[in-house]
Design a protein around this ligand. Structure first.
Ligand code: TA6
Length: 294
């Protein structure tokens, strides 16, 4: 998609303008160090391309961009839960409209902050008052931080993920390092398994790695680059690709393109709502991911 060629509807600064992508209000950043696109629907980073390097994120050519569903690609935000432990899947943050709370920039960095708070709609799904803030720090690499605060008078449990879709040359021709060997296999009812330390992928995969190193790296052979993903305050790294058969049954993934991405997610995993991280009133938590390529 030619997002970077769409007309501007409002110029915010020399590097930032507001555009509409199929009617969705979206922030476009064209900074000397990198360019990026962030949708206010879902607070979702859709594109990140460091200067003179390849795009780091994958956005499905069949992504539905009418605001009715989550957007397939980029970095969807899963909150206040990860997975299908409640409805909607992966929580509501990826389908709510986030607001711009701040933009700071100089030649060495551009930071954008988006915020989301409870609404009647979120309270009907999850009965807690919260404040969430997403901070996008754009340099030659990108750091995304999800900050969550309990502003209710009662404690709550939550889980979360920054569900990054990484753009790779060919999933069948790369290796992933740093995931560790122990994982829960979501394709086998969450059974705990021990696999190889270095991961190659040749079939559908949906795993919650329980002891990842702080930095996970992908050798993306076809693009002759290494992508590194450095997560903080996570308790797991989730790896997902539906393979051909799963892509064929997913309307917003073109089945010919399943080899072009892998999800490696910074996840605060919980197997149920009750098992989630507890935040007492006034307490907060921050989950983050940093993605870079060399
Ligand atoms: O993060 C892995 C996962 O939870 C998979 O189980 C898979 O279904 C994927 O996310 C996509 O979920 P979605 O709800 O976006 O279709």
């Amino acid at each position: 998609m030619q997002i970077y060629h769409l007309p501007s509807i409002e110029n915010i600064s020399s590097s930032v303008d507001l555009i509409e992508v199929s009617g969705l209000r979206t922030i476009r950043i064209q900074h000397p160090l990198a360019r990026a696109v962030i949708s206010l629907h879902g607070g979702q980073l859709l594109s990140f391309q460091p200067k003179e390097k390849n795009e780091l994120l994958w956005l499905s050519s069949d992504a539905i961009l009418d605001g009715s569903t989550p957007i397939r690609g980029g970095i969807p935000v899963c909150f206040p839960w990860f997975g299908r432990i409640a409805s909607p899947a992966h929580g509501f943050a990826r389908t709510e409209t986030w607001e711009v709370a701040g933009i700071q920039e100089d030649e060495s960095k551009l930071t954008i902050e988006l915020v989301l708070a409870a609404t009647d709609s979120t309270l009907s799904i999850w009965p807690y008052h919260f404040e969430a803030k997403l901070t996008f720090e754009i340099e030659q690499d990108i750091k995304v931080r999800l900050f969550v605060k309990n502003v209710d008078y009662k404690p709550f449990q939550f889980s979360a993920a920054l569900h990054s879709y990484l753009n790779v040359g060919d999933i069948q021709n790369f290796k992933v390092y740093g995931l560790g060997s122990t994982y829960l296999d979501s394709l086998a009812n969450g059974e705990k398994r021990v696999g190889k330390e270095i991961l190659s992928i040749d079939q559908a995969i949906d795993r919650v790695y329980l002891q990842p190193a702080p930095t996970v790296t992908i050798e993306d052979h076809d693009r002759e680059r290494v992508i590194s993903i450095t997560n903080n305050n996570h308790n797991s790294a989730v790896v997902w690709n539906p393979w051909l058969i799963g892509a064929e049954s997913t309307p917003d993934i073109n089945s010919a393109q399943f080899t072009q991405f892998v999800c490696i997610e910074s996840c605060l995993y919980a197997s149920s709502l009750e098992q989630g991280k507890t935040l007492a009133p006034g307490e907060s938590y921050e989950l983050s991911t940093k993605i870079a390529s060399s």
